[in-house]
Design a protein around this ligand. Sequence first.
Ligand code: NAD
Length: 261
Amino acid sequence: MFLKGKTALITGSTSGIGGGYAKALAAEGAAVMINGFGDQAEIETLRQELESLSGAKAAYSNADMTKPEEIRQMAADCAGKLGPVDILINNAGIQHVAPVDEFPEDKWNAIMDIICNSAFHTTKAVLPAMKERGWGRIINTGSMHSKVASPYKSAYNAAKHAIAGFSKTVALEVAQQGITVNTISPGYVWTPLVENQIPDTMKARNMTREQVMNDVLLAGQPTKKFVQIEQVAALALFLCKEEASAITGANLSVDGGWTAQ
Ligand code: NAD
């Protein structure tokens, strides 16, 4: 349990990849604060599971990543309930797909706020205490769309490229203070969100499950396999180790070869 005594704050961790990060860090002993929306009973079950994995406290914040004041309060609550943040993972994200000249302004702003601007506010809030203690890990969830684009995802592509650039800047600013800052960029990950799209797409396109997976969802993913949540979380865990202290300012792909093309 190499993270015993450490505190992690993970945005957007009530489901999917963020939940995977939370379980992986808790299994190594970290006290974790989760954040995001969803069914309150399910969130409480996850919080309790984290406590039994880590043997440390786990907490939940319902802070909305579009609201800077709530983000600052979340960081303060985390420090108050669990201790100063040693590991920050900026992971909250949403998607909207539309041609740029039809892209709704409210969706553009929400995607920028949740994916990109929230990471500025969380980082600003937790960095002073990391500097004081001379140790920290900041991990930002990027995407293959932090490196390459797909049409109709202008806000998402812009926000993901921005978070990768932000990561590099912070990495340089704290490079001599024991703090690393990296982006993890997954390809298509097997989350409930993806799984739920399959039946409708089968009907809409008159395809088999295999055709939907290979010819639609995984068309751009050379392995023709979804990345697993645990594979993304395993990289985050590695980045928290001392062996990874020379890895900073990197944008690391876990994308089944997507960005090799
Ligand atoms: P998900 O929908 O399962 O999880 C998103 C999380 O963000 C949830 O906990 C949700 O409650 C939270 N969230 C959404 N809006 C929020 C807000 N305003 N304030 C606070 N929390 C909010 O999705 P996921 O697939 O696990 O995605 C997690 C991250 O991984 C995102 O940044 C996404 O862009 C990125 N990503 C996902 C994939 C994929 O294929 N699933 C691929 C590359 C990158």
